[in-house]
Structure formats: structure tokens, C-alpha cells
Design a protein around this ligand. Sequence first.
Ligand code: FUB
Length: 463
Amino acid sequence: MIKLNNIKGLHFGFSMLFVMIGMVCKGQNPIIQTKYTADPAPMVYHDTVFLYTSHDEDDSPPGQGKFLMRNWLCYTSTDMVNWTDHGEVASLKNFKWADKAITGWGGFDNGAWAPQVIERNGKFYMYCPVQGRGIGVLVADNPYGPFKDPIGSPLIGAKYDSIDPTVFVNDDGQAYLYWGNPNLWYVKLNKDMISLAGEITKDSSVAKRAGQPDPFHYQEGPWAYKRNGHYYMAYASTCCPEGIGYAMSKSPLGPWEYKGYVMKPNKLSTGNHPGIIDYKGKSYVFGFNFRLNFMETTQHHERRSVCVAEITYNADGTITEQPWWQEEGIAPNGSLNPFTRNEAETIAWEKGLKTAKDSLKGMYVTAVDNNDYIKVRGVQFKKAAKSFEVSIAAASSGGTIEIHLDSLEGKLLGSCSVVATGGWNKWVTKSCKIQQLKGLHDIYFVFKGADGQLFNIDWWKFK
Ligand code: FUB
């Protein structure tokens, strides 16, 4: 669960609340708990789901619309329930032009809104709204970055309702960029994906017309894709709260026909923002809720958390409406191999932890206190595991990693004591015997020790 280290006065009270909530709350939605994430943009590349998100800062102020967003994050999964944190992959600082003095738009300190990444010919293109300043594009040679701005200016200027880009390449190779709040806009892209191939146009079919019915209730957050010959435009619909609506068409440029809700709005969440994929024979919609925020405080902050639900399509291509984000989340679509090195920041659910990145180790888990834990789901022990190996660093006197089976209070397979290693970045590999274990299980790593930070964890594996 999120630790509000940077809001010192509130930290102790909320930590106590976490302990109480953590005892009863074992949900899988939202899917990321170490940070606040919003505006999910999933991309399937080879056998992996790359989930790019925007990032609400832990110290965003109270109040609706008070966003504090500086960078974009990336998570990956091969089973849809355990997500590996890759941290920041791009930030406002990637766009030199974001710093131009535009009164009220926060320079590099605010405005990193809803992105989308797409692969084309081995390059990865990230379309990023820089709130109030336009939509930029970044390019990288791999999905983790580093991403660079190839044009040094906005791809779409600020005057076109320029937020929430979604990009899609049709079977004939033509790429389309769509975006906008309160209108839906589009433009064709050249094959280079970083220049425009036509006029910027306001879509007329979903546009609101004075005095006319508005079946679409289009708000923002479009997500364009093609599936089985049908073109789809999902979007955050109705306001506020926002649900997820969708329209279909026979062409990438419409006219769009409203088809209904993927998910009806719910007063639990003012906003929403769809990202839709097919993965390993199933289909999924991502969006967000405010569950973690409201687990910590009754006050609304723009501290959102990405959620996922499975969706199904009917024979005519329409989508079966889903209930609001279920706390229990979705079933695993794959399993985790415990006999290879697993990054500690691969997490289905956790309590009390944060992740950090450095040049020596990359990402690792930190802020580990007594009773914090990590749950990983669907761990497949194809052979008997007899021991557990973990890479840890501890400037303090350390603590213990308890390994529990299938629940927090489940069978104790082993306890691994961690002693001081001489620094938070002095890493050692510790090996511990465990009771023999086979089969498919959820594993809970429960951390025990004295008050204060116990250790950092980089990776683990069973043997
Ligand atoms: O995250 C900032 C803005 O909030 C997004 O651009 C919108 O889609 C809404 O989610």
C-alpha cells in the first residue's frame, strides 16, 4: 500500500489505518499499489503486456482537478495479475518545449497527462499530452526507453483540445492519431509516426450539437482499435462520474455509432479512462478508480489507481457491459515461474512498500517496515522447492522474511533472517531452507522486525 513518506504529519495515522485495512483488504484491484497510477495505456508486445500509465504524485493536493503529474511509468506482466514495476520511462523534461512560459501550466512540474505507446517497425512511439501545451511524441528503440523527442516541438498544437492521444495503425499501414476533450479530433500520421499526413479534423459524428440528443456522452480519453473487422472508439463517457462508453464504425474515420457502456459510471470515481487489449485468448479493459485514495482519507485528491476487468465480445462485435471495477480483480492468465530470478517489484498486491530505482540495481523494493508484505499470485512450483534465495541490502539491523502459502496467515514455509549488510545499497544474496513445496500457489512474503525500515529487496527465487 502507498506510504505517504512525503506527508510526514499524516504518515503515522495513515500507517495505523493501513495495518487495520491490510488485515481485511486483499483485493487485486487496483493492480498497482506502490504508486498512484492513472490513464492506463496497455500494449501487447511479443508475449508481454506493457502497461504505460500517467502518475499522480503522492502529495497531490486535495480537490477535484488538482492534478500533480510529472512523468510516465511502465509496468509489465505475462499473467495479468503480477505486475513488474519499471518506474519512470519518460517525463515532462523529455520535452524542452514544455518549459515555455505559459502562465499556469507548471513547466516541468505538472501536466504529464494520459499517454499511449505503440510499436511500429521495431521503434516505440509514445504520444504524450503536455497539458495546456499540446501533444508531443517520443521515440525509443525498446519499450523501456530511453525515449527521446525527435521533433523538438508539439506534434499537435495546444489549440485543438490537445489531451488524451490514442494511436492506431490500420491494416493498410495508415496510422491515425485521435485525441481530445470535450471534442474528438483526429489526424492521419505519416509512416514515420512523427509527422502529420493530413488536416487536423474535429470528428463530426460524436460531436455535441446544441439542442440535439447526445447519445455518445463523449468526454475524453479515446482508445481506438480494430478487432475482427470492426473499428472501435472507447472513451470516458458522461461526466461526472465518468463511465466507459464505446462506439463502432466500418471505417477508422467514422461515422461512429454509439453502442453503449463497457462500464457504467459509479459515484466512487469522478474519472475513468479506457485502455483495451486482447491477450492470450482473453480481452481486457483497463481504467482507474480512487480506491487507494479513499482507503487513506475521506478527502478527494487526484490520486488514482489503475484497475483491470475482463471483457467479452458478442457475435456482432459489441462488448458485454461489465460491472464497476471488482476488488477481487481478474483470474491469472498464466503463471509465475519461481525457479527463475523474479524481481521483488513484481507484485500482485502489497502493503506499505515503495519502489525505487538506481543505476546499480535498477528497480528494487524499499520502505519495508514490520508487517508489510508482498503477494504474488499463481506461482507454479513444477518441482519441489527446498530453499529460497533473496537479494537484500540493509543499513539497519535487518529483520525476517516469512514465506506464507496462499494467505497472509497461511502455512509458514520458512523464515529467512536478514542481517545488516552495511548499507541500503550493499547487496548480498541470502539463502534459506524452506519446507518442500510443489503445485500452484499464491505466495506471501511477510516482513517482520523492529520499528523503522528493515531492508531493501532486489530479487528472489526458489531452488
Ligand atoms: O490524467 C489527467 C487527465 O484526467 C487525463 O488526461 C484525462 O483522461 C483524465 O483521466
